[in-house]
Write a protein that binds this ligand. Structure first.
Ligand SMILES: [Zn+2]
Length: 169
């Protein structure tokens, strides 16, 4: 089932997500819905708070559904390693219509659980490292605009406030 994607300004996006203790059938449904919603958007990553659930779950698929091997589902992700730096243009399904250059680690190793409760790690470089950092940021109530320096952040927030005033956000 598709779930609506919350936008910047929604309070759930600015509260830290809680760890998942038990993977219930409801969590399984949530994960299925997150994958479907990510593909429909279309996007390469989604975090549970973006669909209104403040739990530490992310889904990433750089192939947007074309390659079954490319789908990552991770519960309670934690960074084991982060190194280097990359500067690339980035956007977010919760901030539609806006992109900015964001500094991210070049390589990360993340540890967490899959949907069956088994611990595993993902090693990512470049775009995968960027996506992992972006989605874990969501779990810590941080959007990509929060990673920007003053002026570019203020510019985006000002435009969003204008859109919101006009009822277009
Ligand atoms: Zn995002």
């Amino acid at each position: 089932m598709l779930r609506p994607i919350l936008r910047l300004g929604d309070s759930i996006l600015s509260e830290p997500a809680r760890p998942v203790d038990v993977i219930t059938p409801e969590i399984g449904t949530l994960i299925d819905d997150m994958i479907e919603t990510m593909y429909a958007a279309p996007g390469i990553g989604l975090a549970a708070p973006q669909v209104g659930v403040a739990l530490r779950i992310l889904v990433i698929d750089l192939s947007v559904g074309r390659d079954p091997q490319a789908l990552h589902v991770m519960i309670n992700p934690e960074f084991l390693e982060r190194e280097g730096m990359q500067l690339e243009e980035e956007g977010c399904l919760s901030v539609p219509g806006f992109t900015a250059t964001v500094a991210r680690p070049k390589r990360v190793v993340v540890k967490g659980m899959n949907r069956h409760g088994e611990t595993y790690t993902i090693e990512g470089t470049d775009l995968l490292a960027r996506a992992l950092q972006h989605e874990v940021d969501h779990l810590n109530s941080c959007l990509f605009v929060d990673r920007l320096r003053g002026i570019s952040r203020d510019l985006i927030l000002r435009k969003i406030r204008k859109l919101a005033k006009a009822g277009k956000w």
